[in-house]
Design a binder for this molecule. Structure first.
Ligand code: AMP
Ligand code: GLY
Length: 431
């Protein structure tokens, strides 16, 4: 039987999912934007509001979808999985209640605490701004200040890093957050481990380092992610195998406690001098992390999804022993003042690759006379090779396809930056 897969979402992550699925099934896509990369792979793209359960379900029925896979968090929060399943369509993603592990950071911290999951920093939750400000005054040490709800990765402020305690209080008073989480500032190097989860089983993927800051040298505001890299081993050069295994154990313990969770569980960790601690969990693949995971996954993604649907254990995953480097090209001024509507010199028909690199489209506006930027990340290039340094060179060579009007963090994956991460961890551990 040919599977008919509905992919929900139209960003770079979803282009990577589409590429991993397209050869093995009939692929359909629904999204709020038309992604030229997905357009080249899918039978059809339906433009709709992916947070509207009726619209998504009606389209899934129209195409006779045999399964659905959800990319972004907003549809999960809107209960798209619940609606698809109520309509009898298997959806690989958590139901609204289980997606709270991402969509409600206060719930997330309480959940880890109540289930005794290791690696949960000190935290308190507040629904009153002045109580939160008093806690900042009284706390002995630096805090991370997080709105409890979704902010596209841009809501967190870390005292002692991005701002002072006084500025953090000002920020809280100026914002209209209903609830905030204040938690111990973790010091170390960040990394991500993602897992496919279904039927009580869990299949983990290699560690990745994302780069959230907008500018080179980790300066500037947080973004959705400017690029990422992985190594030919499941862990990263600044980590040990034990660090990686501890992160996997934390994910497994969380999956056990979540009972009945399905979809991707994304663990963001801080590797501290004492080992990995949890920065957050997401209920989906990361973007860009999906682009440094799926291209080296040798197991067919469709086989994982079908095993999940059939109630089977998930297959063991095979990964090519290759390092990857992903770099996003974003509009000038992103994220604070992005220059939308700049024409970019790419040919959507050539989609998919540039030299030895893969190209993944994210948010571009395809008009009759060309391709233009929107206010979000435009496209990503991914190099894969035996070493991070070689993968980085492949990605850089491909960036010429991006043309003018776009900005890139060229430092991502360069030997100097990777070495700085190793030195940072050595310093902390010797500290
Ligand atoms: P989040 O949206 O929770 O992933 O946070 C965004 C970024 O804020 C993370 O990638 C970290 O760089 C930083 N961050 C979040 N929580 C903490 C923490 N407890 N300590 C230090 N940095 C943090
Ligand atoms: N790259 C971070 C995220 O997808 O949340």
């Amino acid at each position: 039987m040919t599977e008919i897969a509905l992919l929900i979402g139209g960003g770079g992550r979803e282009h990577a999912i589409a590429r991993a699925l397209a050869d093995d099934c009939e692929l359909y896509n629904c999204a709020g934007n038309r992604n030229p990369g997905i357009a080249a792979l899918a039978e059809e793209i339906e433009l709709l509001d992916t947070t509207n359960p009726q619209a998504v379900t009606a389209y899934a029925r129209e195409i006779d979808a045999t399964l659905a896979v959800i990319g972004p968090e907003a549809p999960l929060e809107a209960g798209i999985v619940d609606a698809l399943e109520d309509a009898g369509i298997y959806a690989f993603g958590p139901r609204e209640e289980q997606a709270r592990i991402e969509t409600d950071k206060a719930y997330q911290r309480r959940f880890l605490c109540e289930h005794g999951i290791p690696g949960n920093p000190d935290f308190e939750t507040f629904d009153d701004t002045e109580h939160a400000c008093a806690y900042i005054d009284d706390y002995d040490g630096d805090l991370a200040v997080k709105p409890a709800g979704l902010t596209g990765g841009k809501g967190v402020r870390v005292i002692g890093d991005q701002l002072s305690a006084e500025e953090a209080k000002e920020h809280l008073r100026d914002s209209d957050y209903d609830r905030v989480v204040l938690e111990e500032r973790l010091l170390g190097e960040e990394f991500t481990v993602q897992a496919f989860v279904a039927n009580g089983t869990c299949a983990t993927t290699p560690a990745i380092q994302d780069h959230k800051r907008a500018y080179e040298g980790d300066e500037g505001p947080n973004t959705g992610g400017m690029g990422s890299y992985s190594d030919a081993s499941p862990w990263l050069p600044f980590m040990t195998e034990t660090d990686y295994n501890q992160a996997v154990s934390i994910i497994e313990a969380t999956v056990d406690s979540l009972e009945g969770y399905k979809g991707v569980l994304y663990g963001q960790f801080m590797l501290t001098a004492e080992g990995p601690e949890v920065v957050e969990f997401n209920a989906r693949f990361g973007d860009p992390e999906a682009m440094t995971t799926l291209p080296v996954l040798d197991t067919d993604l469709l086989d994982v999804l079908v095993a999940a649907r059939e109630g089977d254990s998930l297959p063991e995953l095979d990964f090519a022993d290759r390092a990857t480097v992903c770099k996003y090209a974003v509009p000038e001024g992103y994220p604070e003042n992005p220059a939308a509507g700049t024409e970019i010199g790419i040919d959507p028909q050539s989609a998919d690759s540039a030299g030895d690199a893969l190209v993944f489209y994210a948010s571009v506006d395809e008009r009759d006379d060309g391709i233009y930027t929107t206010t979000s990340r435009a496209l990503a290039v991914v190099g894969a090779a035996d070493s991070i340094a070689d993968a980085e060179e492949i990605a850089e060579e491909a960036l010429s396809v991006a043309g003018d009007g776009l900005r890139v963090r060229h430092d991502i994956g360069k030997p100097d930056l990777v070495q700085a991460r190793i030195d940072h961890m050595t310093e902390l551990r010797d500290g």
